[in-house]
Design a protein around this ligand. Structure first.
Ligand code: ASP
Ligand code: MG
Length: 409
């Protein structure tokens, strides 16, 4: 007998029929003798609808009141799922975040979980009940309702699993696991049976949308055994996120390829090459709360330097404007950029023990005539910025070059 936390996303509880399907799946685990805690999202589309209602009254909705509104979506699904379970003879009880006491900080709309009181849940489990908890929400020190940021119920589930020391946290979603890359782009992409936590963290931060990144960080911190599975299909094993590098020599060097189109590149040429310049340029961007990702500095002509960096695409215009303002202060030449670029990344633990991974990537792109504009690396990742129009081609040829194409049977 195990203690399992299961999380069902918006699509999985998107209709009464789907909620009944979830109830049957939960009942199956219960009948097999497991203790089950279920975390649910709001019905698909519901959170967006609530955001729109709030924005129809205030351009920037009051954060405290917005959380009051947003948290209602999940309150509906916990109650409905409890009813669906009861109606098939499974005792079940629902809890909002504040009823459990999922304590968070006070950062409305992006709160962080600080602690979870597991006493009531444990008592219910002991009495043979399925416990159902609203994802995405908590309560702060003032007793105000908070929410955890969009996609936050993944994090609720992992945090509950950590607090309850669950044997496994299962994230049920509309895909059947983590793929080598987006199967809509590369039909040869395949589901990974396992991926390490470090790789998953990179993939989540690189734009693979399977898990909210905070949930992966949480799983790493508390060593929660995490599995991603399909709620729409029966019997799949999904993808297990592991901690130990398995010593298997057959292991692929690269586990996955991610691409992120939410990128724009900015260049500043002819900046005087002296101390403090990087700070003046990037400090002004940071002050505007714009996140800088890749940074490259090159030697320019006659005592000057050329500077390039990337920002999220929707901050591109704002970043350019800021730099045009600091341009004369720092005596820079030209400021320009490009918001039709993409970041393509290869990720894999195998990079630690294999040399030449980056050069294989660069050669593969060169063979297709794809120009690399920027490069950044970490121990288990190589990212390049290229023209957006090459996204599909680059992903496809890299997938093949690193032997990730599904074996043809
Ligand atoms: N319902 C929330 C959202 O749509 C939380 C979640 O689904 O994880 O972002
Ligand atoms: Mg989600």
């Amino acid at each position: 007998m195990a203690l399992i936390v299961q999380k069902y996303g918006g699509t999985s509880v998107g209709s009464i029929e789907r909620i009944q399907n979830v109830a049957h799946r939960v009942a199956k685990f219960k009948k097999a003798g497991h203790d089950v805690v279920v975390v649910v999202s709001a019905m698909s589309g519901e959170t967006n609808r609530l955001v729109a209602l709030a924005e129809s009254l205030q351009e920037i909705p009051d954060p405290r009141e917005l959380d009051v509104v947003l948290s209602t979506g999940e309150q509906v699904t916990i109650g409905l799922l409890a009813m669906a379970l009861q109606s098939i003879g499974v005792p079940a009880k629902s809890y909002t975040g504040w009823q459990v006491k999922v304590k968070t900080d006070q950062a409305h709309t992006k709160a962080r979980i600080e602690s979870i009181d597991d006493a009531a849940m444990r008592q219910d489990l002991k009495e043979g009940k399925v416990v159902i908890v609203a994802g995405f929400q908590g309560i702060d020190g003032n007793g105000d309702i908070t929410t955890l940021g969009r996609g936050g119920s993944d994090t609720s589930a992992v945090a509950l699993a950590a607090a309850l020391k669950a044997d496994e946290c299962q994230i049920y979603t509309d895909v059947d696991g983590v793929y080598t890359t987006d199967p809509r782009v590369v039909p040869e992409a395949h589901r990974l049976d396992k991926i390490t936590f470090e790789e998953m963290l990179e993939l989540a931060s690189l734009g693979s949308k399977v898990l909210q990144i905070r949930s992966v960080e949480f799983a790493g911190k508390y060593r929660v055994r995490l599995r991603v599975l399909s709620s729409l299909e029966e019997g799949g094993e999904g993808t297990l996120i592991t901690f130990e590098e398995d010593g298997n020599m057959e292991r692929a060097i690269i586990s996955g390829i991610a691409f992120d189109k939410n990128q724009a590149r900015i260049n500043i040429r002819g900046v005087p090459d002296k101390p403090g310049i990087a700070y003046q340029i990037l400090g002004s961007i940071a002050d505007a709360n714009i996140e800088v990702d890749m940074i490259v500095q090159n030697v320019g002509a006659e005592g000057t330097t050329d500077f390039s960096f990337t920002v999220p695409r929707n901050d591109y215009r704002r970043a350019l404007k800021i730099l045009e303002d600091v341009q004369s202060n720092i005596g820079a030449g030209e400021v320009n950029g490009d918001d039709t670029v993409v970041k393509v990344s290869i990720v894999g633990m195998g990079m630690r023990s294999h040399v030449g991974v980056a050069s294989t990537m660069f050669r593969t792109l060169a063979e297709e005539g794809i120009n690399i504009q920027m490069i950044s690396t970490s121990e288990i990742k190589v990212s390049v910025i290229i023209e957006e129009k090459y996204t599909e081609l680059a992903t496809r040829v890299l997938h093949k070059a690193f032997g990730l194409d599904k074996p043809k049977v």
